[in-house]
Design a binder for this molecule. Sequence first.
Ligand code: HEC
Ligand code: HEC
Length: 289
Amino acid sequence: MAGKEIDAPTGIETTGHSWDGIKELNNPLPRWWLTVFYISIVWSFAYWIFMPSWPGISGHLKGTRNHSERANVERAVADLESMRADQMKRLLTVGSVSEIESDPDLQLFALTAGKSIFGDNCATCHGAGGQGNVGYPNLADDDWLWGGTLSDIQTTIHYGIRSDHPEARINQMMGYGETGALSGDQISDVVEHVMTISGRDADAAAAARGAEVFAVQCVSCHGPDGKGMKALGAPNLTDGIWLYGGERQDIQKSLYFGRSGVMPAWTGRLSEEQMTALAVYVHSLGGGE
Ligand code: HEC
Ligand code: HEC
């Protein structure tokens, strides 16, 4: 290593370091850089005093301002929850949708809360927008099995349908083939009758025989004209809306085995407020009565 020397072209002293003949000049640090450097040292001391800084054995230095982003977030969440809790409580005291509708804030709150509760609990069966699936009714149309008023919907949500709740909505169509209550021919005939009353082409002679079976076996639930009965959860067979499919083989299967779809009861799983918000939301989906 060569010793320090003065670099001839610039007249500046070298550090004495030399790589492959290239020498390092010992330029002083720029003044602005040094200034910033010293300021940041002073700044860091101030920061240690006021703000959380060094890690220690039993937690980090908190600083005199005791600042914590986590605590800030927790406080914000708690504020939001207490705001929601007030709104949630108000839902309990409201008796009818019209009252909720007369309060746009509360209505918006119920719809938003209801939508998110629906997504968490109901969408698996009823679809994200309540549009339903085979075996799971569409909640966004105005066709209701058990009724589409706010109070009907509330009852359904509270107790479920064929659920294990003692107050569940229950009505069971038997499996007419499985139990032998009807012969295979009678079932085929009554299927033709259902095809007829739902406005499709059918074997007229079979449908006429089926109409007689229908009058004996089916009217108690589906009504004489097959339009269904909401008090019994018996679907309208004439409206072209099918829970289990409207093709011959679907109807045949409904009659042979029965269906008995189960909707769980939500009492005990969701709070009263949550169920009210849900009812308002479902009621708003388009087909509320
Ligand atoms: C495990 C699947 C399942 C889940 C989860 C479920 N449901 Fe249902 N739901 C059903 C079935 C099946 C029926 C139809 C039962 C029948 O045949 O009458 C039904 C019927 C309904 C009805 C009555 C529809 C009508 O036409 O009268 C409403 C209202 C309803 N569900 C709302 C909800 C809400 C709100 C939730 C979420 C809290 C929910 N359901 C969660 C399966 C489910
Ligand atoms: C005890 C009442 C009751 C009787 C009697 C009854 N049903 Fe039903 N039926 C229902 C209920 C409730 C449903 C809803 C499906 C379920 O069980 O989940 C239903 C569903 C159906 C369906 C399926 C509808 C769809 O949307 O997919 C058809 C078809 C049907 N019934 C036809 C008949 C015929 C035909 C008879 C007579 C042989 C009959 N039912 C007798 C109560 C009854």
